[in-house]
Design a protein around this ligand. Structure first.
Ligand code: SF4
Length: 582
């Protein structure tokens, strides 16, 4: 198979149009049936297709023709159907190691994980095949570590425990108190211990449908770890978690791997991915068309290859552009007057009190906000956006504010209608780099979490404002989308010389974007104290010191990396009080 054709026949219901598409195919015109018009829509024969792209031009939202790299001139491990997505191989679990999978969304990570977890039987591209047995799988992976893995599965030596990606769906199928639900899966009799480690002891008595996203995530991780297994899989374990929880959860997940236990993780926070994994696969391909997995690499090497977009061993470029992190520019103090300033603001919400000390934001500044969950970051942003009123204190603002909330509401409006102004004014700056064009004909309630996030960011940025407030803009985005979104926001602020305040838990995202930092201190759910804005160095030092971690910049990629606890660098940086880049 040299190329792959994916057809969305839901969008090809018009028989006349289908006949037209068939008629423009040069292979059909030469008398060979490459495109067939069936009752259900179009069928494209990948073996005779010459990849001219004429049919794609005629139906860009419904047909994708992608040339496959030479190394994929072979049968896939799974094909979803005729002219549907193909997955070519699987990642390799290793005992005693945490193996990470790096890659964009929509290229089969969940399919691969579901096959390894035994939840899904592959068909090896044979669409007629009804039953797959272990012999087929073992033959497919002959001579590899994955062969050994499936032999162990066949002999009943592997027991898999799997945390799915969408923890928000758990309350839809599980009801009752957290403690009772965890007790049911506590095969190790370690509920109390694991609850303490993941800091969920206080919510064990709560109903599962009354806890926050971050709590739900840690309950799902606890449930996975409480099962007696020797292969643990965590699909996006840090979504909804703040940085402190991300570090703590990563340490916990790492502690599960030993000589008899393998751990596999999919994670989109690159700094956490680096901290969490011993080895990594790169997953590449074309969204909704095909996915393949590289050989195993050291995590550092995998990240560098991923950023570079080129797999040397396979001689394969999987992205046109290389991603580079520029050395941080020293913030030059701007002379403009404060756009917005505050002093001794307080706000009481039930048992929670927010106190904002003195601070201000000037024109052209991008300010990152760091802090634990439940410490009042969103409340503060809402006060500045005039969504809620302060109880006391001084707030001077004489600017228009555009606000993207943390939780995104969707309805049946078409994206093209919602973003009409953005398309008119900022196609080059926002619509194209965020790749929103393929979404324009969709309704908001049809979009995935990541797609909805991109639309909400585009809408927020295109409003005429002096200050842009973005609450967790990286949520639901994959690594590549995060890097693109951070660049779009940064470039947009520079272009318009306006300011932005960004609440975020992804340190890489904030590090790239921010000129300055605000740090929220206090006790979650009780008291939040707003501090700053500080210079990046001062703010990061304050924040990282509380977490007890140090960051360095990788010499090759210039990406920030967390130093191993008690390593030489970690100790040196702590001694000098430089928690952020020695
Ligand atoms: Fe025909 Fe293939 Fe060209 Fe489409 S890309 S028109 S199927 S030859």
């Amino acid at each position: 198979m040299k190329r792959i054709a994916v057809v969305d026949n839901e969008k090809l219901k018009d028989k006349e149009k289908n006949l037209y598409i068939q008629g423009i195919c040069p292979v059909n015109r030469a008398g060979i049936e490459c495109i067939a018009v069936e009752d259900y829509g179009l069928k494209i024969d990948e073996l005779t297709c010459i990849g001219c792209g004429l049919c794609v031009k005629a139906a860009p939202n419904a047909i994708k023709i992608v040339n496959l790299p030479e190394i994929l001139d072979k049968k896939p491990i799974h094909r979803y159907g005729i002219n549907k997505f193909a997955l070519f191989t699987l990642p390799t679990p290793l005992f005693g190691k945490v193996v990470g999978i790096l890659g964009v969304n929509g290229i089969g990570k969940s399919t691969a994980i579901n096959i390894l977890a035994g939840l899904f039987k592959p068909n090896f591209g044979n669409l007629e095949k009804k039953e797959t047995n272990f012999k087929d799988i073992i033959d497919f992976f002959k001579g590899t570590e994955t062969q050994l893995f499936f032999e162990n599965v066949r002999e009943g030596k592997i027991k898999v425990s799997y945390k799915p990606q969408h923890v928000d769906l758990i309350p839809k199928t599980k009801k009752g108190k957290v403690k009772d639900l965890l007790k049911k899966v506590d095969e190790k009799n370690m509920l109390q211990e694991i609850a303490e480690e993941l800091e969920i002891s206080d919510i064990l008595g709560n109903d599962i449908d009354k806890i926050s996203g971050g709590e739900l995530q840690r309950v799902a991780i606890a449930a996975t770890a409480l099962k007696k297994a020797n292969f643990y899989i965590f699909d996006e374990p840090t979504s909804y978690l703040d940085i402190k929880q991300r570090i703590n959860t990563s340490k916990f997940i790492r502690s599960l791997s030993d000589e008899n236990t393998a751990v596999m993780v999919v994670e989109h926070d690159l700094i956490i991915f680096d901290y969490l994994s011993d080895l990594a696969h790169i997953m590449y391909g074309s969204e909704d068309v095909y996915g393949n997995i590289s050989g195993l690499k050291s995590t550092k090497n995998a990240i560098n290859v991923y950023l570079d977009g080129y797999l040397k061993e396979e001689n394969l470029r999987f992205r046109n552009k290389t991603i580079k992190f520029e050395p941080r520019k020293i913030f030059a103090k701007k002379k403009e007057e404060a756009l917005i300033s505050w002093e001794n603001i307080t706000k009481n919400l039930g048992n929670f009190t927010l106190i904002a000390e003195k601070g201000s934001i000037s024109k052209g500044e991008v300010i990152g906000i760091l802090g634990e969950n439940g410490i009042g970051k969103t409340t503060f942003v809402k006060i500045l956006a005039n969504v809620i009123k302060k109880d006391a204190g001084i707030l001077n603002e004489n600017i228009k504010v555009s606000y993207k909330p943390q939780y995104l509401a969707s309805n049946n409006e078409l994206v093209i209608n919602v973003l009409r102004e953005t398309i008119e004014k900022y196609t080059a700056q926002i619509i194209n780099p965020l790749d929103i064009k393929p979404l324009l004909d969709k309704r908001l309630d049809e979009l995935s979490g990541g797609e909805l996030q991109k639309v909400a960011i585009a809408l927020c940025l295109s409003k005429d404002a002096g200050l842009y407030l973005l609450d967790e803009p990286s949520a639901y985005l994959d690594i590549e989308q995060r890097l693109i979104v951070s660049k779009v926001i940064r470039d947009f602020m520079e272009l318009k010389n306006t300011s932005a305040l960004i609440v975020e838990h992804d340190l890489l995202f904030l590090d790239y974007l921010s000129d300055k930092l605000m740090v929220f201190d206090g006790i979650p759910a009780k008291e939040g104290i707003v501090k700053g804005p500080f210079s990046m160095e001062e703010g990061m030092n304050l924040f990282l010191k509380k977490l007890g971690i140090t960051l360095r910049r990788d010499k090759e990629s210039l990406m920030p990396r967390i130093n191993k606890l008690d390593s030489k660098l970690d100790r040196e940086q702590k001694e000098k009080g430089k928690f952020y880049y020695a």
